[in-house]
Design a protein around this ligand. Structure first.
Ligand SMILES: [Zn+2]
Length: 425
């Protein structure tokens, strides 16, 4: 690993402080020095990168990632991809996230039991490029709940998109099985989902099933996350210590109060892009704007925006990301979520950036070494052409990501362009 000095950069350090002109020295996989001004840090024996005024910021975190959603229009189409092709697809997708500036991703369920674990291990061993990744289980759902896609006349567990259980004993067995495979997280489908034919405000999973899952996961030091759109499901997440709450669109006052009281323990990722684009951009795949399905998603989008604004005001941690990997929200377009946080939820650009950097380090379980440009922190860095605080959309343009560094190594080297970027050393 080379020692690298980024000089002549505007440092957006992820602390919340306004960017400053400075220099950042990376040694090995850590940020060793952060200095204000220029020419304060030694340059001998290091590769010097003159950023020519570009922004240096922490790598971004995607809080709800499915490497194995294969840009298809339905759960069934994702499910039907054979394991060999599916593994390759997920490997290629992992690189797409890193190419897009996401140096960390929270796995939010795999389409096949071991897919996330295999990809995480391949990334960690250096076999394939990819972000830091928390591997998840398959979604665990109930008979007739979200993910039970098997036809009614063929009773066979292998025909469902999710791992389908009924009762605490089956739940316990499922969770133990995924832990045996090596997951970091367990995913529970608490509420419904309109596109799957089950109302978003329904909560089919029972409390005794949730208790069994959470107890088993915690016993083995695993974290739990949940698909939770209904008010009831959000309350169940807080009551049973499900740390990562996905969607939460219909959280009512009671749910918000509960969450508020325990906000240091929870993260919420609404997955706004899914709602927006399912309602408005999926006509080609049969969901025409104005159709009953699209109207349901518009209704949920309106509810989710109101709910997230309230959460943000209360200081509940709300993070961008979610459910990219469908035909109408393909992988690699994830930075749109930052734009939506600003335009729909009233986040300032700084707050949106902090939600995917500082809070990203927190949801990855490394609040003291990830998500900020700070001495001693892991060197996950982006060099951005322009100022994302002035225009948050530039993070959607891959050509603006001049350099991408993960764990002290360049995934994307900066091009040395005369007048723009100078490399020495
Ligand atoms: Zn999801």
């Amino acid at each position: 690993m080379a020692n690298v000095l980024f000089s002549n950069v505007r440092v957006m350090d992820g602390s919340g402080e306004y960017p400053f002109t400075g220099e950042v020295l990376v040694q090995g996989n850590r940020i060793r020095r952060v200095a204000r001004g220029s020419r304060n840090l030694p340059t001998s024996g290091v590769t010097v990168i003159d950023g020519a005024g570009a922004t240096l910021m922490p790598g971004m975190t995607e809080a709800h990632t499915h490497f194995s959603w294969n840009d298809q229009p339905s759960l069934d189409a994702i499910f039907r991809m054979p394991p060999e092709e599916h593994t390759l697809f997920a490997a290629v997708t992992a690189k797409t996230y890193l190419d897009s500036g996401f140096t960390s991703c929270v796995g939010a369920a795999a389409a096949k039991p071991r897919l996330d674990v295999v990809i995480r291990n391949a990334i960690n061993s250096g076999q394939i490029p990819g972000p830091r990744y928390l591997a998840n289980s398959q979604e665990i759902g109930t008979v007739g709940g979200l993910g039970d896609t098997a036809p009614p006349h063929v009773e066979h567990e292998g025909l469902s998109f999710a791992c389908i259980v009924s009762g605490p004993e089956e739940m316990r067995r499922a969770v133990r099985r995924f832990i045996k495979y090596g997951v970091d997280l367990i995913k529970l489908n608490l509420s419904g989902e309109e596109i799957a034919g089950l109302g978003a405000e329904e909560t089919p999973m029972d409390e005794d099933e949730i208790v069994a899952a959470v107890r088993e996961a915690k016993k083995r030091g695993k974290r739990v996350c949940a698909h939770a759109r209904s008010a009831e499901s959000v309350k169940l997440c807080v009551e049973h210590g499900i740390e990562i709450i996905y969607h939460a669109s219909f959280a009512d006052e009671e749910a918000l109060n509960l969450l508020d009281k325990h906000k240091d323990k929870h993260f919420v990722a609404p997955g706004l892009a899914w709602l927006i684009h399912t309602a408005r951009d999926a006509a080609q795949w049969g969901i025409k704007p104005g159709s009953p399905m699209a109207i349901q998603y518009e209704r949920e989008l309106a509810a989710a925006c109101e709910t997230m604004k309230k959460m943000h005001k209360r200081g509940i941690r709300v993070l961008p990301g979610g459910d990219y990997g469908f035909a109408w929200i393909p992988h690699g377009t994830n930075a749109k979520d930052l734009e939506y946080f600003v335009s729909l939820l009233g986040f300032t650009p700084m707050e949106a950036l902090l939600a995917c950097t500082k809070l990203g380090g927190e949801i990855m379980g490394k609040p003291n070494e990830l998500g900020q440009v700070k001495e001693g922190y892991l060197a996950d860095l982006l060099l951005v052409d322009g100022d994302p605080l002035a225009n948050i959309k530039i993070l959607q343009e891959k050509s603006r990501l001049l350099a991408i560094m993960k764990d002290g190594e360049f995934h994307k080297w900066p091009d040395a362009q005369p007048g723009r970027m100078r490399m020495a050393g």
